[in-house]
Ligand binder design. Structure first.
Ligand code: A2P
Length: 317
């Protein structure tokens, strides 16, 4: 198994199972199939609305002796409505209760976006018209408190650009350890990855396969396909593997953790086997310079005429 390593020596298996969009009724089996197939890293979040079911799968895996808690790396994320200092530890405790765990390996601030307390994943844009008066430094202090209480071994963030990371660095007592960002050949994130690594941070790639199963409300009709891309298909053919495996291997070769989502038993197994694919420098160059540029998760659901957030503030210029 391949890993990436935190500064204190803790290891995170480089391929994990993503659970965003995994439906209740499906995610229980998906997590158990993944653990049976050899996955030792599961990526979760409160807003995925399935942590209770993922927790049932963990409970089953532990009581049946399939794995021990200390053998798996579990990540979850703080939702936007719990950014105030006093809301962070309770939000993490709720996640721990749902996941049936007494600690996480990694807890991330899900977005650099603060909602009103009590707003879940808003159904209407109006519900997002929230306030921006929770400074990120306050949320980070809450993350440090969660770490100090032993509720999570490591802390980091997701969807943070360089400017927002720099904002955190100014007051952080514990330096952020992870940035989980959208990353694939259409969005290789060269500069941001370099910046994170230069500050001792690790990186995780989300939506490595292009998240084709997300809701149509956050999907454009004319999106380019990663799995159907000719360059990716040609590299897959060359290695006798699938396009999905090439995409997963692309992150692995850059020492970036990667969390493909699947609820299909065969694809779950296939995705973990991507660890064994050896891409050469020519393949990697082709993937890095693929020519199509696209962000699947553009964050526009957080913006709008009345929202305090805008896209240029969210992403690198
Ligand atoms: P399924 O869950 O039915 O396997 P992402 O990780 O970028 O969010 O992408 C998830 C999407 O990719 C889901 O629609 C998932 O479908 C699909 N998927 C996962 N693994 C593979 C694979 N090996 N080949 C093709 N599609 C896959």
């Amino acid at each position: 198994m391949k890993y990436i390593t935190f500064k204190n020596g803790d290891q995170m298996p480089i391929i994990g199972l993503g659970t965003w969009k995994s439906k209740p009724g499906e995610v229980y089996d998906a997590v158990l199939w993944a653990l049976e197939a050899g996955y030792r890293h599961i990526d979760c979040a409160a807003v995925y609305n399935n942590e209770k079911e993922v927790g049932n799968a963990f409970e089953k895996a532990f009581t049946s002796g399939l794995v021990k808690r200390e053998e798996i790396f579990i990540t979850s994320k703080l939702w936007n409505s719990s950014h105030r200092f006093e809301d962070v530890v309770p939000a993490l405790n709720k996640t721990l209760k749902d996941l049936k765990l007494d600690y996480l390996d990694l807890y991330l601030i899900h977005w650099p976006i603060a909602f009103k307390a009590g707003v879940g994943f808003a159904q209407t844009r109006e519900e997002f018209y929230t306030y921006k008066d929770v400074p990120l430094a306050q949320t980070w202090a809450g993350m440090e408190e969660a770490h100090a209480q032993g509720l999570t071994r490591h802390i980091g963030m997701s969807n943070f650009n360089r400017a927002k990371l720099e904002e955190i660095f100014q007051t952080a007592e514990i330096k952020p350890e992870m940035n989980q960002i959208e990353l694939h050949p259409y969005l290789p994130q060269k500069k941001l990855v370099e910046f994170c690594k230069s500050h001792g941070m690790l990186v995780t790639a989300y939506s490595p396969l292009g998240s084709g199963d997300r809701a149509t409300s956050i999907k454009k009709d004319d999106e380019p396909s990663l799995l159907e891309n000719d360059t990716i298909k040609a590299i897959a053919e060359k290695h006798g593997c699938s396009p999905a495996q090439v995409l997963i291997s692309f992150a692995v070769h850059r020492d970036i953790a990667v969390i493909p989502k699947s609820t299909n038993k065969d694809r779950i197994k296939e995705n973990l086997k991507a660890e064994d694919i050896e891409l050469d420098t020519d393949d990697l160059k082709k993937l890095l310079d693929i020519g199509t540029s696209y962000r699947f998760i553009d964050g526009s659901f957080f913006t709008g005429s009345k929202s305090p957030y805008n896209l240029s503030d969210l992403w690198e210029k």
